[in-house]
Design a protein around this ligand. Structure first.
Ligand SMILES: Nc1ncnc2c1ncn2[C@@H]1O[C@H](COP(=O)(O)OP(=O)(O)OP(=O)(O)O)[C@@H](O)[C@H]1O
Length: 271
């Protein structure tokens, strides 16, 4: 009997490790990542750091099968979530993305849709049925986890687009949480936000990490030091594809890096 791959069963929130094995990536003939392997443990925030163009976003997008949306893009390697290869031929793209959510650089709520409907929007996309009561509960739960409930509880029917940038980003986090992902990927989630909103998102990340495995791309070294427990330093030297120079506990990466290039980067000497 042949085994059919299925995505692991989702309980409420259930953080699990995500493992990338020997990931290489191309845009057409241009190779941008070379055999990148990284374990992103459960209940930890992993920060991907490195200079512009070294492949951090490409790697992040490979982790939830968004890379394949680009016509010229291809990849090699495997991504394992709790014992299942998300690139297995039997795994549906929508299932992979349901388990592994993404928050982008620029907050992208549906602007004309109400705050309430923004949060539950993912249910429709993933074909999940819910009663009105279940939705009400989910909206409060996810907005609370995203640190937004108290600010919007009296105006859930107002459009998402009327919120501030920082509130919109927290709404996007709530929307991602509503399908109960096991992993949340964040691509520079604070780069469009002011310092106060940034701090609020960082607090939200800290509160979420026990329930959702978080991987964040950031250019801000102070932010990487504040929010992550593990860091991976990517580099693409002189036109070569991006690779990981060094990965490890955040404290070690900042205070006792093994590779001098890591020390130079985290201390702001290049990039
Ligand atoms: N859609 C695309 N088509 C072609 N090449 C691309 C595409 N997206 C990215 N690239 C190339 O892939 C390489 C890696 O880009 P990527 O955006 O992953 O790097 P990054 O480290 O996230 O950069 P940044 O920090 O500036 O966001 C770069 O050389 C970039 O030009």
């Amino acid at each position: 009997m042949t085994e059919t791959a299925v995505m692991p069963k989702q309980s409420a929130y259930d953080a699990v490790a995500l493992e990338a094995h020997s990931i290489s990536a191309w845009f057409g003939e241009h190779k941008v990542l070379d055999r990148v392997s990284l374990t992103m443990p459960a209940r930890m925030v992993t920060a991907l750091i490195g200079p512009s163009g070294c492949g951090k976003s490409t790697f992040l997008r490979i982790l939830n099968r968004m890379h394949e949306l680009i016509p010229s893009a291809s990849l090699a390697g495997e991504v394992w979530l709790d014992g299942t290869d998300i690139y297995d031929a039997n795994i549906k793209v929508t299932d992979a993305r349901k388990h592994i959510g993404m928050v982008f650089q620029k907050p992208n709520p549906f602007p004309a849709m109400s705050i309430y409907d923004n949060v539950v929007a993912g249910l429709k996309l993933t074909g999940t049925r819910a009663s009105r009561r279940e939705k009400d509960y989910l909206v409060e739960e996810c907005l609370t986890k995203a640190g937004l409930w108290k600010e919007v509880r009296e105006r859930l029917r107002q459009p998402g687009g009327a919120l501030s940038g920082g509130q919109q980003q927290r709404l996007c986090i709530a929307r991602s949480l509503a399908v109960r992902p096991q992993v949340l990927l964040m691509d520079e989630p604070c780069s469009a936000l002011d310092p106060t909103s940034t701090r609020r998102i960082e607090e939200t990340i800290a509160e979420l990490r026990d329930e959702v495995t978080i991987v964040i791309v950031t250019h801000n070294m102070q932010q990487a030091a504040r929010v992550s427990q593990q860091c991976a330093f990517f580099l693409a030297e002189q036109g070569t594809p991006g690779h990981i120079v060094e990965a490890g506990p955040t404290d070690d990466m900042f205070n006792a890096p093994v590779d001098p290039r890591t020390a130079d980067y985290v201390n702001g000497r290049f990039g």
